[in-house]
Write a protein that binds this ligand. Structure first.
Ligand code: GLN
Length: 300
């Protein structure tokens, strides 16, 4: 029998790995699936231990691996997004609950929130078209205490997530989530417009785009895909914006980074002028639409 040496313990057959060892092994396993393997492994370990990630480093690295961790790593290895596994995603510094019924809020979409706050810090009425988790609307209402808003979505399960987020963020009094679909005639008539701010992150991905399986196999297709060129929803929604906007109103519309020209042209044909905003990676990401001066669009 070998003498035990406290500095270099013999590996004991069947003994639990430490949290640190388990994170290392999971990082290696996930490395072939994602660029964020180490971060994902840490977030899943924090979830398995029900602690914050910062507490993981401070207190838990030498604890035994919790039994729940392996299952969470297996789900991630099958490309399930970390946000769905945790049921949570931070956006604009706020905690949002997410489920597979809603698109996971992206850092890139924070550009839209910044643009909205800069354009109309005085906004009273806000409409979010395709609200999903409610992230855009609730981030804006959180920053603008005088504003009230409506989030619409065609998906009832998404609206339930959005309403729960509004309540949890203390915004339930100022945010109303309503089922509506901009493809249906008259959908905007009873929303209480006109609006000072309209926010929209519609589906804009080409139907055959080569998406990462984490997105394609897990996030809601109805929130992603919009026809062969990804522009179908803009063609329907953008021409309706002048009829929903107050005269000095501003609409902020998220776009795919190759779509600025095409979506600006759809706006121009509807009597809207466009300003482009770039995302954190300096790619085109948001168009700010206003009613063009001296011209009135078809629906204005
Ligand atoms: N930006 C999202 C993506 O990851 C797409 C969001 C959308 O279609 N609205 O592909």
């Amino acid at each position: 029998m070998t003498e035990s040496n406290p500095a270099q313990p013999e590996p004991v057959e069947g003994a639990a790995r430490t949290v640190a060892d388990a994170i290392r092994a999971a990082t290696e396993l996930l490395g072939s699936r994602t660029d964020s393997a180490r971060l994902d492994a840490e977030l899943l370990m924090a979830e398995a231990l029900q602690v914050r990630r910062s507490d993981l480093f401070l207190r838990h690295m030498r604890d035994p691996e919790p039994p729940a961790f392996a299952e969470l790593v297996a789900r991630r290895a099958a490309h399930e997004p970390v946000a769905y596994i945790r049921g949570y995603q931070e956006f604009y510094g706020l905690p949002f609950m997410v489920s597979p019924a809603v698109l996971i809020p992206r850092g890139d979409s924070e550009t839209l929130v910044e643009a909205a706050l800069a354009a109309r810090p005085d906004a009273g009425r806000v409409l979010d078209c395709g609200t999903g988790s409610g992230a855009l609307l609730l981030a804006v209402l959180h920053e603008l205490p005088q504003a009230r808003g409506i989030g619409i979505d065609r998906s009832e399960p998404a609206l339930a997530v959005a309403a729960a987020n509004a309540t949890r963020l203390g915004l339930g009094e100022r945010a109303t989530m309503i089922r509506a679909d901009w493809h249906e005639p008259g959908w905007g008539n009873n929303l209480g417009g006109p609006f000072d701010l309209i926010l929209a992150n519609p589906p804009y991905v080409e139907s055959d785009a080569p998406l990462d399986p984490t997105v394609r196999d897990h996030e809601p297709a109805g929130a992603l895909f919009s026809g062969a060129d990804g522009l179908d929803d803009y063609r329907v929604l953008v021409p309706q914006l002048p009829g929903l906007l107050a005269d000095q109103g501003v609409a902020l519309v998220e776009i795919g980074y190759t779509q600025a020209e095409a979506v600006s042209a759809i706006g121009a044909a509807a009597g809207l002028s466009a300003t482009l905003y770039l995302d954190l990676a300096e790619r085109p990401r948001v168009l700010e639409f206003k009613k063009a001066l001296g011209k009135s669009g078809p629906s204005a």
